[in-house]
Design a protein around this ligand. Structure first.
Ligand code: C2E
Ligand code: MG
Ligand code: MG
Ligand code: MG
Length: 281
């Protein structure tokens, strides 16, 4: 297990955009090696009901526990994965692990007579564009779901606005996911510079307000206004709102006052490994 206060270390290699093609290939190889060496792990961060503070689900977050670099943040390598074909095997591994752990979480909740919490628990999985538009995405997802004997309504697929903008394929696959019963969540909402029209067309159940707005909610009235508008817009469209990156109690109170029902952030818990998450719930 990784220490709770583990620091993230930067990968060797300097600033973005200065890498040569060779460095890029080296980095890709290094990451795929790490994956094959089982250095990847999923951490889980609780998503809570802001009113009751009850845990309603969690988000699966990838970690690279590198013997060389320490605990590496996905911000530093997820782009490399998403822009290469290894996104398919790694994405498959992520879904498999998250669904396996979902099953374990629900089993433990039921063992502790928390049947309702188990029935309603939602596992959020980040899905990248290339993974989502891969032709076998839904059938692979369904296979893994059946393998772990978990239900679609307990699974939430998190995607950025960018994927939503990807036109006809996205709409078709999203509709299929929704028909099967999976929940769709828009991640980092408000940062994608996209229009709002897709909100009227896509079968979206949740929308996550990006941390960049939440962190300014106390100091910047304009950010607060944006958050308030997003919440009203979402609720008018029957979309639930999750505020991400809540670090302070004051932020939590303001968000609650503005009508947000769900939240996620260090105030409640940092992402933790599976062992610690089971203790949390
Ligand atoms: P995201 O999906 O928006 O995930 C939320 C990020 O915010 C996580 O960073 C989480 O640790 C961090 N966070 C949550 N609460 C707080 C808070 O109160 N304060 C601060 N400062 N940060 C908070 P993380 O785990 O480093 O992940 C970064 C990004 O990497 C994710 O952003 C997501 O876009 C991507 N990512 C992570 N895991 C996966 C994965 O399994 N698949 C894919 N495709 N992308 C992933
Ligand atoms: Mg996410
Ligand atoms: Mg997010
Ligand atoms: Mg984010």
């Amino acid at each position: 297990p990784l220490p709770e206060d583990a620091e993230f270390y930067d990968l060797e290699g300097g600033e973005e955009g200065t890498q040569s093609a060779l460095d890029q290939i080296k980095l890709e190889n290094q990451i795929f090696q790490a994956f094959q060496n089982r250095e990847f792990e999923l951490f889980y961060q609780p998503i809570v009901n802001l009113k009751t503070k009850q845990i309603t689900g969690c988000e699966a977050l990838l970690r690279w526990n590198s013997p060389l670099h320490g605990l590496v943040s996905p911000n530093l390598f997820i782009d490399v994965i998403e822009n290469s074909s290894m996104v398919i095997p790694i994405g498959h591994w992520i879904i498999n692990q998250a669904l396996k752990d979902l099953r374990t979480i629900q089993d433990q909740l039921r063992l502790n007579k928390k049947d309702r919490m188990a029935d309603e628990f939602m596992m959020s999985i980040n899905i990248s564009g290339r993974q989502f538009t891969h032709s076998d995405f839904i059938s692979n997802l369904e296979d893994l779901r059946e393998k772990h004997d978990v239900q679609t309504h307990n699974i939430k697929l998190e995607m950025t606005e960018r994927i939503m903008m990807d036109g006809a394929i996205a709409l078709d696959v999203l509709n299929q996911c929704r028909t099967q019963g999976y929940a769709i969540s828009i991640d980092d909402f408000g940062t994608g510079f996209s229009g709002l029209q897709y909100l009227t067309q896509m079968p979206i159940s949740f929308l996550k307000i990006d941390r960049s707005f939440v962190m300014k909610i106390m100091s910047d009235p304009k950010s607060k206004a944006v958050v308030s508008s997003i919440i009203h817009l979402a609720h008018a469209m029957d979309i639930e709102v999750i505020a991400e990156g809540i670090e302070q109690n004051e932020e939590c109170l303001v968000l609650e006052t503005l009508g947000a029902r769900y939240g996620q952030g260090y105030l409640f818990s940092k992402p933790v490994d599976m062992g610690r998450f089971l203790k949390l719930i």
